[in-house]
Design a protein around this ligand. Structure first.
Ligand code: ASP
Ligand code: MG
Length: 599
């Protein structure tokens, strides 16, 4: 029988009515022919209240007692929900973390799962009971109660869905799905039927508020289909699965980060080690960096820009000043009142012209583009904050995101598709061990992959007028030539001029130069250069933003290998660097080593 895991967040079980409502949802899933495991969080703000209560007794609540205390929140919820299910006529059993067989280490307040034994759950399910499992908690070897860290119920739910090989893990919450963009800004925003794991990970500010990136990555690894659905209304939500609504949809969703500031270091030496020093200054202060842009240097000088939450501007400036001082060179500049607009779509992997259309749309709306960064499935631009709503609305309209895509895939209990090696090979015991091993390193592993691409060329234009519409013209011409653009990097302009670099397949370089030269005719002062063979390195993973140490490690390893970095750009889930073709293999090796990925 298919297994469905349902996870109810705190607001969805806040009072008796909502608990009864949750019970109805669980029963409906069972009566639809599934075995049902429900994972529940503490009611409403219970966890916060308990923390506050503890803090009013002592400034230093002992961690063991804290877990003993916090676990009661979930214990209360499961008991009440089991009563509700029984009252509504179905057999149910509530189980604590211990009783569901979640064994953890003894790191109170952020314990790691060591083992999950599904026997008891299986027995209960086979006996026709709805299993109501307490999220967020486990037990250590000495029977001490532990908790998994804030928001840990998502972890419990995804882990159970993986070990039980559930057909779907439904996250029932106070939003009814994932939208093409923020409906408060764009009222035509549409609820997506489906979105791919990768798209969602790149759109963290869209869906991520509700779903932990870690849980999404974990679900991806084990091919667990996640469904975000409303706990209040019984209607389809959004399915997060290997593929989105359509592999060919060029843009699936738009996200913004509203309050950002930019710090630039200009006229810094263009040599190995400089980026490493700058990143270590940022990492020391744990500054969450968002976009990073470095374009190709000239005359032995380079420049790099970062965006950070506006509240971190002062600390970032201090860090940048320190770096400049230690380098004995460079000037620090900054900008405020900035926002980032990102377009994400799996179809960008295979379609030309997405960037061109996005830039044209912004030009038509009179929006000037500051910095640009990209990943394979995402384009981010920096705009002035007062233009961010216009920018978002115009892009949404230009890509007709309000229109449902023609193909309608089955939502909900989608048949599990192929899955990856991890799930295929496994017997149940192997799978349990594998899931647990993966879980225990879930918070440690930030970087999961380092890719090397040696088939690309770089085109650079310096002294380009910093004016609305030029990027649109350029990328329009390149797209018309049928050339796939990969990275696009534009640093912030100075004195009305800007520099722009992008990468394309090496084979297309001559044709591309012709097209670009034609566009540049009206601006004879623009300087066009290229490098027919570069190496692009991408460090991929989750939480790169919050783990400032990743950039530091990456650039330190490159510096130690004496590799000079020509271009940098970033997205939510990767940092990419362009280096000379000859340095590619050595740089790749150094990065694999530093991130513990060498075989
Ligand atoms: N109750 C815990 C918290 O509020 C766990 C959860 O809700 O996922 O963090
Ligand atoms: Mg909660």
């Amino acid at each position: 029988m298919p297994i469905v895991v349902q996870k109810f967040g705190g607001t969805s079980v806040a009072d008796a009515n909502r608990i009864l409502n949750a019970a109805r949802r669980a029963i409906a899933a069972k009566r639809a022919g599934n075995q049902v495991v429900v994972v529940v969080s503490a009611r409403g703000d219970k966890t916060d209240e308990l923390i506050e209560l503890a803090n009013s007794i002592t400034d230093t609540p002992p961690a063991r007692e804290m877990d003993m205390l916090l676990s009661t929140g979930e214990q209360e919820s499961v008991a009440l929900l089991a009563m509700a299910v029984q009252k509504l006529g179905e057999p149910a059993i509530s189980l604590t973390g211990y009783q569901i067989g979640i064994l953890t280490d003894s790191t109170y307040t952020k314990a790691r799962i060591k083992k999950i034994s599904t026997d008891r759950m299986k027995k209960a399910l086979d006996a026709g009971q709805i299993v109501i499992a307490a999220g967020f908690q486990g037990i250590d070897d000495d029977f001490n109660i532990t908790t998994l860290g804030r928001g840990g119920s998502d972890t419990t739910a995804t882990a159970l869905a993986a070990v039980l090989e559930a057909d779907v893990c439904q996250i029932l919450t106070d939003v009814d799905g994932i939208y093409t963009t923020d409906p408060r800004i764009v009222k035509e925003a549409r609820k997506l039927e489906r979105i791919s794991y990768d798209e969602l990970l790149e759109l963290t500010s869209l869906g991520g508020g509700k779903l932990h990136s870690r849980s999404v990555e974990f679900a991806k690894k084990y091919n667990v289909h996640l469904a975000v659905v409303s706990s209040f209304e019984d209607k389809p939500g959004t399915l997060i699965a290997p593929e989105g609504e359509s592999e060919s949809s060029m843009v699936t969703g738009l996200a913004i980060v509203k309050n950002e500031a930019r710090v630039s270091l200009v006229d810094i030496p263009d040599r190995p080690g400089v980026m490493s020093l700058i990143f270590s200054k940022m990492a020391d202060r744990k500054i969450p960096i968002d976009m990073v842009v470095q374009d190709v240097g000239s005359g032995g000088l380079a420049e790099v820009s970062f965006t950070v939450p506006e509240g971190d501007l002062a600390a970032t400036l201090t860090a940048a000043e320190e770096a400049a001082q230690e380098l004995g060179a460079g000037k620090v500049l900054h900008g405020t009142n900035l926002s980032k607009v990102s377009a994400v779509g799996a179809g960008m992997r295979t379609h030309t012209g997405v960037a061109a259309q996005m830039f044209k749309t912004l030009a038509d709306a009179g929006v000037n583009i500051g910095m640009i960064t990209t990943s394979e499935i995402k384009i981010s631009v920096q705009v002035r904050r007062e233009q961010v709503s216009d920018a978002l609305q115009s892009i949404h309209r230009a890509f007709a995101l309000e229109k449902p895509t023609p193909v309608s895939l089955e939502v909900g209990h989608a048949a599990r598709s192929t899955g990856d090696a991890a799930t295929k090979k496994a017997t149940r015991a192997e799978l349990e061990r594998d899931v647990v091993a993966r879980l225990s390193s879930m918070e440690d592993i930030v970087v999961s992959e380092v890719d090397l691409d040696t088939n690309q060329a770089r085109i650079t234009i310096r002294q380009l007028p910093d004016q609305v519409g030029i990027a649109a013209l350029l990328f329009g011409a390149v797209a018309e030539g049928g050339i796939m653009v990969d990275m696009i990097v534009q640093n912030v302009g100075h004195d009305g001029r800007t520099n722009l670099s992008f990468t394309i397949p090496s084979a297309d370089v001559n044709q591309c130069l012709l097209l670009v030269r034609e566009v540049l005719e009206p601006w004879p002062s623009a300087e066009l250069t290229h490098d027919g063979h570069i190496a692009k390195l991408s460090v991929k993973g989750i939480g790169l933003r919050t783990h400032t140490g990743v950039g530091q490690k990456m650039f330190q390893a490159l510096a130690e290998a004496e590799v000079n970095v020509q271009i940098i750009n970033t997205s939510e889930i990767q940092i990419s660097a362009v280096v000379a073709a000859a340095s590619g293999p050595a740089a790749h090796k150094a990065l694999m080593k530093v991130f513990g990925l060498s075989k």
